[in-house]
Write a protein that binds this ligand. Sequence first.
Ligand code: BGC
Length: 395
Amino acid sequence: MKNILKPALTGILILALIICGCSSSSSPSDTAENIESEGTKEVVQRADDGRTVVGISMPDRLLERWNRDGAYLRKQFESADCEVMLKYANNLIDTQIADIREMIAGGADLLVITAVDGAALSTVLEEAASLGIKVIAYDRLIMGTDAVDYYVSFDNYMVGVLQAEYVISTLELKLTAKPRYIEFVTGDPVDNNARYFYQGAMDTLKPYLDNGKLEVPSSQTEFYETSTAQWSTDIAQQRFQIILSSYYPVGTRLDAVLCANDSTALGAARALQSDYKGKNKVIVTGQDGDIANIYNILDGVQSMTVYKHLEQESVVTVALGKDIISGNTPGEDLISKSHWDFDCSYDTQQYNNGNRVVPSYLLSPIAITSDNIEKELFETGIYKRNSSGLIYTGE
Ligand code: BGC
């Protein structure tokens, strides 16, 4: 079978054939094939060494979660006799594209990708698709391309709903006559998830923003003006310090900061500690359950987080990946035949990437507060205490 490749990619493939040589189990997509490059007569041999290679491209090492995701995915794919190429892109789009090209050249049969920028991968993924390589968008949807086969994530809209519901119940918005004051710290605009978190929160809070029980003294309620590039703690902290110094002089009250995730929550909490003049405890929401934020919840500095069980996300991804590699076209049947002891739903409507609705496997996030943190995170063994403090085991 002949494939048409762009010349640049062909060069990489030749290099890869020289440097790769390990083997494990075989896969249908590892069959021998000649590759003819467009515009030249050069013909090279694509890797045919019986290996099953999974390329995993993660966005960055800064956040605890991507390190955990990468480790879970690697371990499980390796236990299934796959060879794994795992790379972290340092939050740089060009690095991620180069990483993916290296994986294609290294003989990847399957790509599992958490995009740095959901809209920047179309070209490289079309190169993958032209070689029959399947793509799973992991946690973040990849936008604007047909070359994404599946999406595995949590119900991202629900994450925002859980954060907003916590604010509504803690501030007793259904009962209160007095207005309460809130500000928003949302996520990275190039991460498609950030909009879902925002929309879930805003739709849930809208009745109270409309009837005046919730006010936003900065007036910053739109997604872009509240967003945080790269989900950076420092950027969130700087923006929030400016909000506090501009809109919260002595005598003004702030009740809640709805932060989209834990890295932004850390920034908001630091700004509150340094620059908030009021004496009341301000609600701070989050998402992920990072160690620093778990300490903050136990210490009363952060009010809640939304926990997403990453091992479950990787279990679904690996089951899906194995099914794809063995030549199947998984659908809802993956869930029934897998007998997982957690909920997972199959969705073929919600996640439209602009080109197509991507079939999705979605898990359920849970809200964690000081009331249920022991039961949900410690009694389950996800976190443990030892003499040096908290450790994450994730089991
Ligand atoms: C993930 C969050 C994470 C954020 C920042 C989002 O796409 O769903 O869990 O906190 O990215 O990395």
